[in-house]
Design a protein around this ligand. Structure first.
Ligand SMILES: CCCCC/C=C/C(=O)SCCNC(=O)CCNC(=O)[C@H](O)C(C)(C)COP(=O)(O)OP(=O)(O)OC[C@H]1O[C@@H](n2cnc3c(N)ncnc32)[C@H](O)[C@@H]1OP(=O)(O)O
Length: 389
């Protein structure tokens, strides 16, 4: 792997913000031309959306009234007429916003809602395209993209033994399915908080040494799956990422991050040492000095810093992250799949053997670390709520 500097550019924000009291809508420069037909189509589309919640419904109402009738022209409802007062307030807040702009904002808002309900990180319980059999993941295949979403949002997508195994199964299935690209992402506010520290409490009758040994095997197998994954592999880092969820990013082909994401590898704090081949990939990606700050001293990077250091390909504003990433990925997934796979092999294959050896060595070192007092104390402190990162 040559010194890997991914496309270093925080998203060039050629955007205009239309500021109106109580509403701030995001409007692209080229998009200020919604026709009456676009507006009517948005009006039909909105009926098909699942309930977007009261706040969004109020925005839609206000924009609709402004687009069709102009500035608010009705008397203010009384204080006890709560619903009509909220609607009036939302419309009145648009002030003298021109009708055409309100129409455009309405179309943009509906289009954003449609695409986020198509491909957002929210789980659709009975979606047909959902693959069954996973308890900790939601795996879907659509538009030639297999999406593997870590799905323990209440636990910040901490990776349990079961989740490690399910991710391996999902990657193996994705390597053989007819999708062109595979995406790993998280459900909820975190991408992943890394290894679930309660994994360490499940000690078998054979004792703690056996636990350390089986964990090292699991770690090695898990990381091997990423080293060997044959198709373009993309991480959509929707929020903070910790530990192993950060280190394996060096084995992905592209990493997109929300502006809310952070990247944190607090191994020393946990009495542990780097894994996921990061002892090799991070110095290659960002240079040894920056890698040491992360891997030895646990320096947490913002998304912009991670992008500047080459760990992240591109950062998107959190508010448009889902929409922009999935639009981009849908376009990439239409490229010839064999050409993409072969290009990946050409880029990665010469490093594979080395990466497997590094993974084996990192796992061996960690097996010893897990038996140390430093590690045991750090894990106990977290589990007894004495310490967080
Ligand atoms: C076998 C292979 C091993 C591979 C080696 C891997 C190494 C690593 O990945 S090292 C990194 C391990 N991760 C951590 O040390 C993170 C620990 N978590 C935290 O410090 C915090 O939870 C937080 C900063 C990630 C989030 O803090 P906050 O926003 O205040 O949220 P809560 O702490 O209340 O979290 C909600 C809920 O989730 C549980 N949880 C979160 N992360 C983990 C985790 N990594 N392991 C276990 N549990 C986790 C947390 O305990 C809360 O649970 P409840 O109290 O039951 O609601």
């Amino acid at each position: 792997m040559a010194h890997r500097k991914r496309t270093l550019c925080v998203k060039n924000q050629k955007r205009r913000f239309l500021q109106v009291p109580a509403l701030q809508l995001h409007v692209s420069k080229t998009a200020m031309r919604a026709s009456q037909k676009d507006f009517e189509s948005a009006l039909s589309q909105v009926k098909l959306l699942k309930d977007p919640g009261n706040e969004v419904k109020l925005k839609l109402y206000a924009l609709y009234k402004q687009a069709t009738e102009g500035p608010c022209n009705t008397p203010k409802p009384g204080v006890f007429d709560l619903i009509n007062k909220a609607k009036w307030d939302a419309w009145n807040a648009l002030g003298s916003l021109p009708k055409e702009t309100a129409r455009q904002n309405y179309v943009d808002l509906v289009s954003g809602l449609s695409s986020s309900s198509d491909s957002s990180s929210q789980v659709k319980p009975e979606a047909d395209r959902k693959q069954r059999g996973y308890e900790t993941l939601v795996v879907t295949s659509e538009d030639s993209i297999t999406k593997i979403m870590m799905n323990r949002p209440a636990k910040k997508n901490a990776i349990t033994t079961q989740m490690y195994n399910e991710i391996m199964l999902a990657l193996k299935a994705a390597s053989k399915d007819d999708s062109a690209i595979t995406v790993l992402t998280g459900n909820g506010d975190y991408y992943s908080s890394g290894n679930d520290l309660s994994n360490f409490t499940d000690i078998p009758p054979e004792g703690i040494e056996e636990k350390a040994k089986s964990s090292a095997i699991l770690l090695r197998d898990f990381v091997d799956c990423f080293i060997d994954f044959p198709k373009p592999l993309i991480a959509a880092v929707n929020g903070p990422a910790v530990g192993i969820s950060v280190t394996i990013l060096g084995l992905f082909d592209t990493v997109y991050a929300s502006s809310r994401a952070t990247f944190h590898t607090p191994f020393s704090h946990l009495g542990q040492s780097p894994e996921g081949c990061s002892s090799y990939t991070f110095p290659k990606i960002m240079g040894p000095a920056k890698a040491a700050e992360m891997l030895i001293f646990g320096k947490k990077l913002t998304a912009a810093e991670a992008c500047a250091q080459g760990l992240v390909s591109e950062v998107f504003p959190d508010s448009t992250f889902q929409k922009e990433v999935w639009t981009r990925l849908k376009a990439y997934s239409k490229l010839p799949p064999n050409a993409m796979r072969i290009s990946k092999q050409v880029i990665r294959n010469r490093e594979k053997e080395k990466l497997h050896a590094i993974n084996a060595e990192e796992s061996r070192v960690l097996q010893e670390r897990w038996l140390s007092d430093e590690c045991t104390n750090a894990v106990m402190n977290f589990l007894t709520r004495k310490a967080k990162l």
